[in-house]
Ligand binder design. Structure first.
Ligand code: GDP
Length: 298
């Protein structure tokens, strides 16, 4: 997803190679090229501005140390600032002191929530947890069945309303799932919620009601990295309407530009915690800002 950005940045850095000293003009020219590369990758304009200002200031103020040549020094600064934009430290999942830990997934329809629920459940099960997947998405006709299929594939338990038994009330389903988890000793509950095609107040209210009913330890905002700047505006809308603790980027295997999604941590102030990069349950990992920065810088 970030190949073009990587190529552009390495071409920019190549121009600096062999220079014994960098003038302010060299730094300005390099910053301009980085700016264009980031904007072409669809990174949010405000984030780019902040990033470029920080890189310029640090590069101009940098003392040349023995170990690094000027080009390496600029790359180091860009790398560090990129890690910062991506959230700095890796943010690990918080578990409740008293089980079950409740994780709620929110986001637009098609973002990849249900798939992600399966991936997260499998990842947790591999670490010895006993997750319960909960189908609180009662909006989409096939959502409950899809969650059941995903849970079976992941080899984990699920809780879905039977017809005539709580159907139509996702808040009740989510609330019930907590006592079921307590009875059946599931130490993590993953609540999949409904997403609409666009942000709307009804969707926000329902997600907020579920949140109030289950008091989650983590609310994860799941967002398709392919949707460009809408990823940022949707994130802002969910941050305001529901509130979340972390972001999951999906479809990082796509060939869209993806830079917008990388701006979410900075724009919302919440960390990107997981990345999903394919339709298989294994295509999933913890998001490490430093590794993503290294991948982008090649
Ligand atoms: P939901 O509506 O948010 O629950 O989204 P789904 O989990 O149903 O996913 C929507 C579509 O995106 C499905 O066809 C998934 O197979 C696909 N999908 C989900 N995650 C990924 C991913 O990381 N990469 C790719 N390529 N497709 C994905």
């Amino acid at each position: 997803m970030f190949d073009t950005l990587s190529d552009r940045l390495s071409a920019t850095f190549k121009n600096l190679r062999g220079k014994g000293r960098l003038t302010d003009a060299d730094i300005d020219a390099t910053a301009r090229e980085i700016r264009i590369a980031l904007l072409e990758a669809d990174v949010n304009l405000g984030v780019v501005k902040e990033f470029i200002a920080a890189v310029k200031e640090r590069a101009k103020g940098a003392e040349l140390t023995g170990a690094l040549n000027p080009a390496q020094q600029v790359i180091k600064i860009v790398n560090e600032e990129l890690v910062e934009i991506l959230g700095g430290q890796t943010r690990v999942l918080r578990f409740a002191k008293r089980p079950p830990t409740v994780i709620m997934l929110a986001g637009l329809q098609g973002a990849g929530k249900t798939t992600l629920a399966g991936k997260l459940a499998k990842w947790l099960a591999n670490q010895g947890h006993t997750p319960l997947l909960v189908a609180a998405d009662l909006q989409r006709p096939n959502a409950v069945q899809q969650l059941t299929v995903v849970a079976k594939r992941a080899g984990v338990a699920w809780y879905a309303p039977e017809p005539g038994n709580g159907v139509g009330d996702p808040v009740a389903v989510a609330r019930n799932s907590i006592s079921i988890a307590q009875q059946k000793l599931h130490d993590v509950v993953i609540v999949d919620t409904a997403g609409r095609l666009g942000v709307d107040t009804e969707l926000m209210q329902q997600a907020a009601d579920i949140k109030a009913a289950v008091n989650p330890d983590e609310v994860l905002f799941v967002v398709d990295a392919m949707i460009g700047q809408d990823a940022v505006s949707t994130a802002n809308a969910f941050a305001e309407g529901v509130g979340f603790d972390g972001v999951v980027l999906t479809k990082l295997d796509g060939d869209a530009r993806g830079g917008a999604a990388l701006s979410i941590a900075r724009v919302t102030g919440q960390p990107i915690m997981f990345a999903s990069s394919g339709e298989k349950l294994e295509d999933f990992d913890v998001f490490h800002p430093d590794r993503m920065a290294s991948r982008i810088l090649g």
